[in-house]
Every structure is written in structure tokens, then in C-alpha cells.
Design a protein around this ligand. Structure first.
Ligand code: GTP
Ligand code: MG
Length: 386
């Protein structure tokens, strides 16, 4: 019998979005998968020779690029496949089984299908949102906040008012872009001031190595967390100093790149001793968003240049860490939006909004509205997480 004559299908059982494990169910003759040679059981038997209702372990894929999976024949012609929860593993298994002749069931819970055809890729933003808070904002857009706004602005008859409405939406673009990608926050400063201790205190666990030896951190060490429900990637960096050590120099080069590309720059100084000339220069030249005066449990003698406030903390005792977290949030999201407000979620949407604001500023209201109508859901490109 030709495989295309066999009624068999595969479906994804786990919900869309990020998860630890992905589960798929195959219904049909399992020798179809054996014949396609996409799975090798650790016990050397074919799937058809495995006992029902017993799990068995093996590798999916051929050659080098295999992946560990756990399978279970839940009945003679039903097979569950448990794999890594990322979409890559699920998609690969779906594609292999489809290539072997199975159909992919419509009830698939891929993000595209989960929108039930109601809307478009807003569903992808909802499932790609990194925290409950950002998921709620994305859900607001999925539920039509943007389209409601597009309907409403068509009624506006003043180009001045149109422009200010559009600019208010643009101002939420930074939050929109970060629904699915964390803000970058960097800690930097001289060696031994307590940067690694601080990142650990903010994270609540020991991510970075701490030691009394200056020059301990050599590379950028990053970790993701959430502060007040906002997704944040904190990066610890090598202490900045003149060094003849090649590895340390390379680490300092990476630190400087990270400082340059971050959304929030936190300069850490050792507040228990007078400010060094290098720290003074960093205050004045590196444009820090926040200056942290660490080691306040020892003393607070450091005096910052005029116009710099500095938050007083101790990574060791925890003093000031909550206040520091609040300052970071205030820097990144000074005006947190609510889910019913329209929020652009892609760079393309922000570009279109800017174009419309510009047209409105030149009195071209009809043209501005035409540009805005291109933003109706379903006509845009969407962000994906690397
Ligand atoms: N008393 C006190 N000691 C601290 C505090 N924060 C850090 N230290 C100590 O300072 C030393 C250096 O801490 P690290 O966190 O490794 O400093 P760093 O800035 O990451 O250093 P490099 O990686 O070398 O650039 C360690 O001995 C820490 O225990 C603090 O708030 N109070
Ligand atoms: Mg360090």
C-alpha cells in the first residue's frame, strides 16, 4: 500500500508559545515513521516493535543533527512524541512526519492557527510575549485596540489633532518593540566595585562570579529577568581599566560595545572610597542613566560630580536594591501603557506612524489617514525573537 493511501495525521498537543516540552500526537500506522527512518530508539527496536503504554527514548533526525525525544505508543496506532518545547523541534517533527505521508491536523496549536483566523499575527506577539504584563498588552492589541483607534481617527477633522494622536501612539513604540524582546540593561565601572555582586543581587541568584580579585569578570555575562513585569536582560561587564592582558582587553572591548548598545547604562562606583579620576571621567563621558554608589555598608564617602545623584546601595546587605530596580523601570518605561491603548509592535508600524505624523504636520490629512489604514492588522510584518 502506498503511504498516501494510509489515513494518518499528526497534531501538536501543547499550547503555542514558549514551554519546556512540546508534545505531538501521531495517529496512524507507526511503521510509516519507521520506514521514513526519522527516529532511532535507544533500545534498537523499531517503533512498531515497542510495547504500548511504555515510554521509550531515542533520537529524532538523521546524521549529526539529531535531537533527544521520548515516545510512547498510547495504542496500536497512536504515538505520542515529546520533544524540546521550542518551535524549531516541533516544526521539524511535523515536517518529517508530513514528508513521510501524514497530514497535519487542523487543530494544530501553532501560533498562526491559534488565532482561529480571527486576526493575524497579533497572535504571534501574544504567544511571544515574555512576561504576563507584556502578554496582557499584546492581548489588548490582539483584541483590537489598534483597529479601534484606526476607526476613531478617521473621524478626526483637524490635522493638528491627528498629528498629536499619532505621536502619542509612536511614544508607545518602545514598549511595543519590547513586548517580545527584553530591554538591554548594562552594569559597568572600574574593577572590583561590585558589578557582579549587584547583578546577582538584582537577579536574586548567583549568576556572575564574585571575587575580591580585581579583573574577575572577563566577558559580558547576561541573564534575563523581569522587573515590575517588564522583560529585562541584565549584562555584567569586565571592569574598565588600562590592561596589558590580551584577554582582559578583549573583555573590555566587549564591555564598551555592550555599553554602547544598551537601553539603560548603569555606572557602578565604589561609594566607600573617594571617587577615582577614572570614575569621574566615566560619570562625565559615558552618559550613564543611573549611577550606583555601592558598598554603602562600609561607608558613603564618595562625592559625585555636580548634577549626578547616584543611588546608595549595598550588594552585600541588599540595601537600596529595590530602589535601584524601580529606577531602572522608571528609565525604561516612564509612562506604562494599559492594554486598551493602541501600541505599535514592529519597527515597520512605527515607520508608518512617523510617515503619517509628518504628512499631518504638512496639512496632508487625507494622505496621512491612507498611510495609517495600511496598518490594519494583517498587512504588516511582525517581530520574531532570535
Ligand atoms: N562590603 C561590601 N563588599 C562588596 C559589596 N559589593 C561587592 N563587594 C565585594 O567586592 C569585591 C568585588 O566584587 P565583584 O562583584 O566581583 O566586583 P566587580 O565589579 O564585578 O569586579 P570585576 O569583575 O573584577 O570588575 C568582592 O570581594 C565582593 O564581595 C558591597 O556592597 N559591600
Ligand atoms: Mg565582576
Amino acid at each position: 500500500m502506498n503511504s498516501s493511501d494510509i489515513a494518518c495525521r499528526i497534531e501538536v498537543l501543547t499550547a503555542a508559545g514558549r514551554g519546556a516540552i512540546g508534545t505531538l500526537r501521531f495517529v496512524g500506522p507507526v511503521d510509516l515513521i519507521d520506514a521514513a527512518e526519522c527516529f532511532r530508539a535507544a533500545n534498537g527496536r523499531s517503533i512498531a516493535d515497542q510495547m504500548t503504554n511504555r515510554i521509550f527514548f531515542g533520537h529524532w533526525g538523521r546524521g549529526e543533527a539529531t535531537e533527544e525525544v521520548v515516545l510512547c505508543r498510547t495504542s496500536a496506532d497512536e504515538l505520542e512524541i515529546h520533544c524540546h518545547g521550542g518551535s524549531a523541534a516541533i516544526t521539524r517533527i511535523l515536517n518529517d512526519v508530513r514528508a513521510a505521508g501524514a497530514t497535519v491536523a487542523r487543530e494544530s496549536t501553532s501560533p498562526e492557527d491559534q488565532s482561529h483566523g480571527l486576526s493575524d499575527k497579533f497572535a504571534q506577539v501574544v504567544t511571544g510575549a515574555l512576561t504576563a504584563r507584556t502578554a496582557l498588552l499584546a492581548l489588548g492589541q490582539f483584541n483590537g485596540a489598534f483597529n479601534v483607534w484606526l476607526d476613531r481617527i478617521e473621524e478626526i477633522d483637524s490635522d493638528f489633532q491627528l498629528r498629536s494622536e499619532v505621536e502619542a501612539v509612536i511614544s508607545r513604540g518602545d514598549v511595543g518593540i519590547h513586548l517580545t524582546a527584553p530591554w538591554q540593561v548594562v552594569l559597568y565601572g572600574q574593577p572590583n566595585v561590585g558589578k557582579s555582586s549587584l547583578i546577582n543581587a538584582l537577579l536574586g541568584y548567583g549568576r556572575a562570579i564574585v571575587s575580591s580579585t580585581a579583573g574577575t569578570t572577563r566577558d559580558v555575562v547576561s541573564a534575563e529577568t523581569a522587573l515590575d513585569g517588564w522583560p529585562i536582560r541584565l549584562s555584567d561587564t569586565a571592569g574598565l581599566r588600562d590592561s596589558s592582558d590580551d584577554i582582559e582587553q578583549a573583555g573590555i572591548g566587549r564591555a564598551l560595545e555592550q555599553i554602547e548598545t544598551s537601553d539603560c547604562r548603569i555606572l557602578v562606583i565604589d561609594g566607600s572610597r573617594p571617587l577615582t579620576p577614572a570614575e569621574r571621567e566615566l560619570c562625565e563621558q559615558s552618559r550613564p542613566n543611573i549611577v550606583v554608589r555601592n558598598k554603602s555598608d562600609l561607608s558613603t564617602v564618595a562625592v559625585l560630580p555636580a548634577n549626578f545623584e547616584g543611588v546608595v546601595v549595598s550588594a552585600t546587605t541588599g540595601r537600596g536594591i529595590d530602589e535601584l530596580a524601580e529606577l531602572i523601570v522608571d528609565e525604561l518605561v516612564p509612562d506604562p501603557p494599559t492594554p486598551e491603548l493602541p501600541i505599535p509592535v514592529t519597527h515597520r508600524q512605527i515607520e508608518l506612524l512617523r510617515e503619517a505624523a509628518d504628512l499631518a504636520a504638512h496639512g496632508q490629512q487625507t494622505a496621512a489617514l491612507e498611510v495609517l489604514q495600511q496598518m490594519r492588522t494583517g498587512q504588516d510584518e511582525w517581530p520574531t525573537r532570535e
